[in-house]
Design a protein around this ligand. Structure first.
Ligand code: PNW
Length: 457
């Protein structure tokens, strides 16, 4: 059965500054926590860094030409905070703004609607040195920076995402230590989550207060969550997992509250003393849209906490483990493939939050082996299958009444996959990092056809 998407459905592709730009020392850019982290021995697979990445800072015209060939309605990119404010505060660095001017103008010249993410993880190191997201002041610094870039680009960029995946910034960055800044904390990670959300709320208020009226949202990475059995211990563990991966972020943003279960789960780590009167009203102010990144679902089993000594527990030690059902296919990231999970997630959002704003899927995709054949082509049928099944599930959710307005493929290009370095490839376009040669994969042609026809077979 074929599926038709309407003419006004937005088909896009996404990237993020540190993952593609390179040029880390050019035009006055400051140091970010990802520069520091990636240069820390042992932090990233293969010792890879974003120093050069896809050299997009210099090659953006070629990359926009690829987007034009792909026929994208929209391109989601992120702005590197340390290019705009090298130390995270004060006057804008003009050369940094100039780069995003060139990028946005060139997108518009090519008929591609820009969608800007204000923060995709590259916090200026100077702010981390002052406590980073553990520190309430960082939320104010973020709102200043957001207002600065919006004042400058808001006449041409009409869709804005404050934060990308505050779960990853707080929990992977400050509890698990797998992402920058590489901390393993209890209290610190929970404070970071709150201050990220507060930064979102302050930025939202600042952008709303100007004369330029744009669409403003936030992007969360969310998962449908289910217990592996109906054993009450597994069910309770799934509740805690839902809390950590979704509710800790969706409840404040979409309902202006913290979930009851938060204090029960983390009460011994923290008294949540950083939450002030009025914060939740700021964080929960209405949005124009919700960005959702979906990769895989969580199947949850109860396990003992990793760290029995509460004073040393991290915020992610919640007595829950993600298990992969026997025989379930996996991507190169080791992530299970479950397209129906995207449909379940859409329904979970709609059922849980009355007044849910329209949704954009701001990332979805998979890492594949992407072997280059002797003729130079890359026949990534597994990626095509992933995209096809996930878009079919999304179309089903739309048909069942979930208001989804667009879909952004992750990613336009192979790029710096954070702690996994360059070994993991998510692009519709292959990048040879030795030569910076770009080669569209079979999925590029497949997606081009979908965008042109709006029809899935
Ligand atoms: C997202 N996890 O990150 C990011 O927004 C992208 O920058 C990234 O390249 C993409 O997904 C693919 O990984 C995630 O470990 C990183 O659960 C890690 C996780 C989830 C999302």
């Amino acid at each position: 059965m074929s599926v038709q998407f309407p003419a006004d459905f937005v088909f896009g592709a996404a990237t993020a500054s540190y993952q593609i730009e390179g040029a880390v020392d050019e035009d006055g850019r400051g140091t970010s926590i990802w520069d520091t982290f990636s240069h820390t021995p042992g932090a990233v697979v293969g010792g890879d860094t974003g120093d050069v990445a896809c050299d997009h800072y210099h090659r953006y015209p070629e990359d926009i030409e690829l987007m034009r060939r792909l026929g994208l309605d929209s391109y989601r990119f992120s702005i590197a905070w340390p290019r705009i404010q090298p130390d995270g505060a004060g006057e804008a660095n003009k050369a940094g703004l100039d780069f995003y001017d060139r990028l946005v103008d060139s997108l518009l010249d090519n008929g591609i609607d820009p969608c800007a993410t204000i923060y995709h993880w590259d916090l200026p190191q100077a702010l981390e040195d002052a406590g980073g997201w553990r520190n309430r002041d960082t939320a104010h610094r973020f709102a200043d920076y957001a207002a600065l870039v919006h004042d400058h680009l808001g006449d041409r960029v009409h869709r804005w995402i404050t934060l990308n995946e505050p779960f990853c910034s707080s929990i992977l960055g400050y509890a698990e230590g797998r992402h920058a800044p590489g901390a393993k904390e209890g209290d610190g990670a929970l404070a970071a989550a709150h201050h990220l959300l507060l930064g979102h709320g302050f930025a939202l208020a600042a952008l709303r207060a100007t004369d330029i009226k744009n669409q403003i949202g936030i992007t969360l990475n969310l998962q449908p969550v289910q217990p592996v059995s109906d054993d009450p211990a597994d069910v309770a563990a799934a509740d805690r997992s839902l809390l950590l991966s979704n509710l800790l972020f969706t409840d404040p943003v979409l309902a202006g509250r913290y979930p009851q279960l938060a204090r029960q789960t983390w009460g011994e780590l923290s008294d949540f003393g950083w939450i002030r009167d009025g914060d939740l009203a700021t964080i929960g102010a209405p949005l124009d849209f919700l960005g959702v990144n979906y990769y895989f679902p969580s199947n949850v089993k109860a396990v003992p906490n990793d760290e029995p000594d509460a004073s040393r527990r991290t915020a992610d030690d919640i007595g829950a483990k993600l298990v992969i059902p026997d025989g379930e296919p996996l991507t190169e990231m080791g992530w299970p493939i479950d397209a129906d999970g995207l449909n379940r997630l859409m329904h979970w959002l709609k059922d849980t939050y009355p007044g849910l704003p329209p949704i954009y899927i701001t990332e979805n995709g998979r890492a594949s082996v992407d072997e280059v054949r002797s003729d130079g082509s890359i026949d990534d049928q597994d990626r095509i299958e992933y995209l096809r099944t996930h878009l079919t599930a999304l179309a089903a959710a739309r048909g069942e009444g979930v208001d989804v307005r667009g879909y952004y493929l992750w990613s336009l290009l192979d790029n710096f996959e954070w702690a996994e370095g360059y070994a993991k490839r998510f692009g519709a376009v292959h990048v040879d990092y030795g030569t910076q040669k770009r080669t569209p994969k079979a999925s590029f042609e497949w997606y081009r056809n979908l965008v042109a026809t709006r029809q899935l077979d």
